[in-house]
Each structure stands twice: as structure tokens, then as C-alpha cells.
Design a protein around this ligand. Structure first.
Ligand code: GLN
Length: 283
């Protein structure tokens, strides 16, 4: 079987199983298989695939037909220009979250020795990207889910960020010692209302860990926790930056206002949607 034949077969199978972008996904799988860029597939189209390559591709197609995310089949994804290992242990980093990292960098850059808490670090993508761009910064990355924390540590090791990040398995602000405070709290907490999880696409519903998605009955559980418990944990002129879901801007703003935060700003993600809250205590 040639590369061209394999590509057409892969596109056909993925379309039939309802994958949203069968062409792109098939190209990713084939380009990884033959170790070339996606744009170079055409020049390799007559190359014969070995028996071993055909078997591997066939296994990967079965997984993708079962709607396992492409990133988890390939084992890595790019976030903020870095390659992160991904898997069923943690939420796959989303491109929208890169905007949160940009805001965090803007906050930290003028105060290079800031202390940051990343609540619900998952794959570690926010903490690690921030560490790489802000070398003087120390970050405490916490998660309740042990397997996610293990993946985050592995990513920090691969990306050479271990010296800046401490990892802690804890629930919410319990990550900090009794009177400990930080300059910046960042978080991309779970924000899907529980009853909506079953309506999500299979890649998310079946493969992202439920603990990374479920934001309680109205999706706002973790914003209430951040707003109430985060406030006393910030140092002078500290900030809290959190991502939220599409359509939650008004409700999230209200949660922070009610918890007496002085400034609550909403920012857009790269796609122009309101997805980020930046709150400061005002002291
Ligand atoms: N902080 C991680 C991310 O942004 C995990 C978030 C989560 O599990 N809700 O991808």
C-alpha cells in the first residue's frame, strides 16, 4: 500500500466514523508515521508503507474511529510552542488556554520573582509555559488527581522546568500552607455544568477525565471557591487569572463581584470570545 492509498483509506474510515476533520487527522497520522511534515506528504505519495507501518496505522485508525482524541493517539500536543505529553490522565491542553498564559506573563514580567499558584494544573501546561517564559518565577502547581500530577511532573522534566515548579496533590487552596500567600493565582478549572457533560463530543466526554470537566450543577462551583478562598491568599497587588466557558462571562463576573474583589475584568481569547477573568483585590 502506498502513502497515497493509505491516506485515502484513512480519510474514508475517519469520515465514516463521524470524525470532524477527517482530512487533517489522516494527514497528521500519516505524516507522523513516515516522519515528514504534513506539507511533505504529497512528495512521498508513491512511497510504499512497510507491513509494520500499515499495522501501526491500522491500530491508530481503530482508536481514532472510537473517537480517541488525535493528540492522545500521537502522544503529544503543542501548547505555547512546547511539546506536551498528553493522555487519559489529564485534560488535553487547548489553544484557548494560551491566552491565559499570555496574561499571566504580562503580570509576572515586571515582577520577576513572583510566586504563582496554578490550581488544577492537569498536564502542567500553564505552569510550565509560564516557567519557561519567566525564568525568575517560582510556581506551585497543584491538582487533586494524582495521575495528572504525575503527567505534569513528567512534562516539567522533559521541558526542563523542574527547578521552578513544585508539585502538590491537594484540593483547592489546601495546596498552600496555613498563612501562605502568593502574587498570582492562575487556574483553568472544570467549568462544564454536570448535566451538559453527556452532550459534549465523544473525544471530550469519553476521553478527558471527568474530574477535569465537571464544574458542578451550574458550572460555577470552582469560581465560587476561587473567589472566596483565593482572595485572602493574595499578596499586596496580587491577581487571579482564570479561564471560563463560552457564555459564562456575566455569571463569573458576578461571582467575583459578590466576593468583594475590587477589579474584575473580562478578556477575550485568541478567537475573540470572552473566556478569561482577571480579578484583583484592590489593596
Ligand atoms: N490546567 C490544565 C489545562 O489548562 C488542566 C485544566 C483542567 O483539568 N480543567 O489544561
Amino acid at each position: 500500500m502506498t502513502v497515497d492509498e493509505a491516506l485515502r483509506e484513512a480519510v474514508r474510515r475517519l469520515s465514516e466514523s463521524g470524525v470532524e476533520s477527517p482530512n487533517v487527522d489522516a494527514e497528521w497520522l500519516i505524516s507522523e508515521l513516515i516522519s515528514c511534515a504534513r506539507s511533505e506528504i504529497a512528495i512521498n505519495e508513491k512511497r510504499e508503507l512497510s507491513q509494520e507501518e500499515q499495522c501501526l496505522l491500522s491500530d491508530q485508525l481503530v482508536r481514532r474511529e472510537r473517537r480517541e482524541p488525535l493528540q492522545s493517539i500521537l502522544g503529544t500536543t503543542s501548547f505555547f510552542g512546547f511539546d506536551f505529553c498528553v493522555g487519559p490522565e489529564a485534560l488535553i491542553p487547548r489553544p484557548e488556554t494560551e491566552s491565559l498564559v499570555e496574561h499571566a506573563i504580562q503580570f509576572v514580567k515586571p515582577h520577576p520573582s513572583s510566586m504563582v499558584l496554578d490550581l488544577g494544573t492537569g498536564s502542567g501546561c500553564i505552569a510550565i509555559a509560564l516557567a519557561k517564559f519567566c525564568p525568575g518565577t517560582k510556581i506551585l502547581a497543584s491538582d487533586l488527581h494524582g495521575p495528572a500530577l504525575k503527567l505534569a511532573k513528567q512534562n516539567a522534566m522533559r521541558l526542563n522546568a523542574l527547578s521552578q515548579i513544585a508539585f502538590c496533590q491537594a484540593d483547592g487552596m489546601a495546596a498552600l500552607a496555613k498563612n501562605e500567600s502568593v502574587d498570582l493565582i492562575v487556574s483553568n478549572p472544570p467549568y462544564i455544568p454536570t448535566s451538559e457533560i453527556r452532550t459534549l463530543q465523544p473525544e471530550v466526554r469519553k476521553h478527558d477525565p471527568p474530574i477535569a470537566l465537571d464544574g458542578g450543577a451550574d458550572g460555577l462551583y470552582f469560581y465560587r471557591q476561587l473567589a472566596i478562598e483565593g482572595f485572602p491568599r493574595l499578596k499586596k497587588k496580587g491577581q487571579l487569572i482564570a479561564e471560563f466557558g463560552d457564555g459564562q462571562a456575566t455569571a463569573v463576573t458576578e461571582v467575583f463581584r459578590q466576593a468583594a474583589w475590587a477589579n474584575v475584568e473580562i478578556k477575550n481569547d485568541l478567537g475573540g470570545r470572552k473566556r478569561i477573568v482577571i480579578a484583583s483585590t484592590g489593596f
